[in-house]
Design a protein around this ligand. Structure first.
Ligand code: ADP
Ligand code: MG
Length: 350
């Protein structure tokens, strides 16, 4: 589920506690159900060579999006990208889409049209087809739910639980851009123009928030060429999602703070607003980049192959024994516990 700093949600329920309780109670597997609750998508065997992948995300107005800062086409695009990203994290190919909407009475048919325009624009590059859904009225705001069905070769699916001690940790792309873009959108109009942030950088960051690229090609390559031992997509930020990968794999990890890939735009944004770019990269959610592990003995071959493919993949740390927990190495060599700034929808208010 995508995170959002805009959520005001508070409840006594803790999201990850709820999910692990559900997993304990109902999370069985069998010969056909290869993977149920606990990964980016569920895996169901369809033929000896091919497995189906199922993922779903629910976006609620005021929690995941806000009609003041995003156009309906952008909301649709992001909703589809969040699901495409979960299939990418499994190394799969996205194929079919089901869309359910709860629509407030004040909504117009143009808004619905724009929502679908955005959703289908994100899907077009992957030839994903809309095959159904459901429609309801809403007494509150908008609710947009997507189910995405994909498939993958049965022998090369990327799971969260395959990381091994000594593996290198990598991320695709750059981190923190989406959070910076969201902060720009939330500032009063003109406030970002008044500072020295370049217009091109501002546009880049806003676009990275509103139109994220799901790393489907990268995920398929990592899986099919058998490079990666595990993967997860970054919807809740590196410091929010790394713990899930480590918990499922029963390992620890150390991140090198100075290795985090940061775009020139995010770097300039952080300088302009007196923020720490690395902190944005660690905590910022909704980048929809992939976090994955590759055995260290393949480092040179892997890095050469990814450059040949023109994929941006940066080594940001390594996997350690579970007892060492989650840590971060500072530029001076000292180590700190990794700040746990991941977003949780039901975090209790203090
Ligand atoms: P992601 O951020 O990759 O979409 P989530 O953190 O939303 O993943 O979910 C983690 C796992 O828990 C997934 O396998 C998801 O299918 C499962 N899950 C989340 N919410 C529920 C729920 N309400 N009931 C059953 N399973 C759930
Ligand atoms: Mg995910």
């Amino acid at each position: 589920m995508p995170s959002s700093a805009r959520s005001q949600a508070s409840s006594r329920i803790r999201e990850f506690g709820l999910i692990s309780a559900l997993k304990q109670r109902y999370g069985t597997t069998n010969r056909r159900l290869v993977r149920g609750i606990g990964d980016d998508a569920a895996v169901i065997a369809s033929s000896p060579n091919r497995h189906y992948l199922f993922t779903t995300d629910l976006l609620a107005e005021g929690i995941h999006f806000n009609c003041r800062t995003a156009a309906f086409a952008d909301i649709g695009f992001r909703a589809a990208a969040a699901n495409l990203s979960d299939i990418a994290a499994m190394g799969g190919t996205p194929e079919y889409l089901l869309v359910s909407l709860a629509i407030p009475r004040v909504a117009t048919s143009r808004q619905v049209e724009h929502l679908y325009d955005g959703m289908m624009a994100a899907c077009r590059a992957h030839r994903v087809r809309l095959i159904g859904g459901d429609t309801s009225a809403s007494k509150g705001g908008w609710f947009v739910n997507i189910v995405l069905i994909g498939s993958a070769e049965s022998g090369s699916i990327l799971l969260r639980n395959g990381a091994r001690v000594g593996d290198d940790l990598y991320v695709t792309g750059t981190l923190g851009d989406s959070r910076a873009g969201l902060q720009i959108l939330e500032r009063p109009r003109g406030a970002t123009q008044a500072r020295s942030l370049k217009a091109a950088h501002r546009r880049f960051l806003v676009r990275r928030h509103l139109r994220p690229t799901a790393r489907v090609r990268e995920g398929r390559w990592l899986a099919e060429a058998c490079w990666a031992t595990s993967a997860i997509d970054l919807s809740d930020g590196l410091s929010g999602d790394l713990p899930h990968l480590c918990a499922e794999s029963r390992v620890g990890a150390v991140i090198e703070r100075s290795a985090l890939p940061i775009s020139p735009a995010c770097r300039q944004y952080a300088e302009t607003y007196g923020q720490d770019a690395e902190a944005l990269a660690l905590a910022g959610g909704e980048d929809y980049e992939l976090l994955f592990t590759v055995p260290a003995r393949h480092r040179i071959r892997f890095q050469r192959a990814s450059v040949q493919r023109r994929f941006r993949m940066t080594r940001v740390g390594r996997i350690t024994p579970a007892r060492e927990g989650l840590r971060m190495t500072l530029p001076d060599g000292r180590q700190r516990p990794l700040p746990s700034s991941g977003y949780e929808h039901f975090r209790p208010t203090r």
